[in-house]
Design a protein around this ligand. Structure first.
Ligand code: HEM
Length: 191
């Protein structure tokens, strides 16, 4: 079993929270820092303002050829110059979850080109996807991105393009948390 990862709003942490804003639905309470820890440890810390958990499991929709393209182009988290990050928790509607796997894939890729659009921003943006729905969390996904200040405007463009797609019509809650790194990264390979 893959252990969950916890994103904890705390009094100190590797990432300083710059802004928290709702894109759709209720926001999350303001906080100073974000700490990323092992899920069970994070959940038990009473001092955290809020904690969101997710597991970085296997991919559900990508084809072999898309997987190969991702492996060729994507960069790892924890790059030295990547001092900007975004944590974007997302919940999709019940309508989305009643669709079959092939229907969801068709909306994500054939109609919305999620993967195709995303590839335009690699390797500048490094990403990681965590699944939360099966943990009974308030969001279905926790999406995490790291990039350098030079790529900040490209990241805005990416968000605009994805939010204009058919796939995003199924998003019913989305919160955008912007962060900057407070210290030199250690290896994040185990996240
Ligand atoms: C950096 C460029 C991006 C690339 C290359 C990319 C690529 C992907 C891929 C390949 C998947 C499917 C994984 C699977 O097969 O299960 C995925 C899922 C997802 N991505 Fe992105 N993505 C990018 C940016 C974003 C952004 C900016 C957001 C949020 C604003 C986002 C939100 C999501 C969500 C919520 C899912 C899960 C969708 C679902 O399973 O219903 N992605 N992404």
């Amino acid at each position: 079993m893959i252990a969950p990862t916890a994103f904890c709003a705390a009094g100190a942490g590797e990432w300083q929270i710059e802004t928290i804003r709702s894109i759709l639905g209720p926001t999350l309470p303001a906080a100073g820092f974000l700490k990323i820890t092992d899920g069970d440890a994070g959940k038990n810390e009473q001092s955290n303002l809020w904690t969101l958990r997710g597991t970085a499991g296997h991919a559900r929709y990508v084809t072999r050829s898309e997987t190969n393209q991702l492996l060729e182009r994507q960069e790892a988290l924890g790059r030295k110059g990547a001092t900007c990050a975004a944590l974007i928790p997302i919940r999709k509607s019940e309508t989305w979850w009643t669709l079959a796997q092939d229907e969801r894939r068709s909306i994500m890729e054939e109609k919305s080109r999620h993967f195709g659009i995303g590839m335009d921003y690699l390797p500048a943006v490094a990403r990681k996807l965590y699944h939360s729905r099966d943990l009974g969390e308030p969001f279905d996904f926790l999406t995490w991105f790291e990039f350098s200040p030079d790529s900040a405007s490209a990241f805005e463009e990416l968000l605009g393009r994805l939010r204009a797609t058919e796939e995003w019509q199924y998003v019913e809650r989305e919160v955008e948390i912007r962060l900057t790194r407070t210290m030199i990264p250690q290896s994040t390979a185990d996240r």
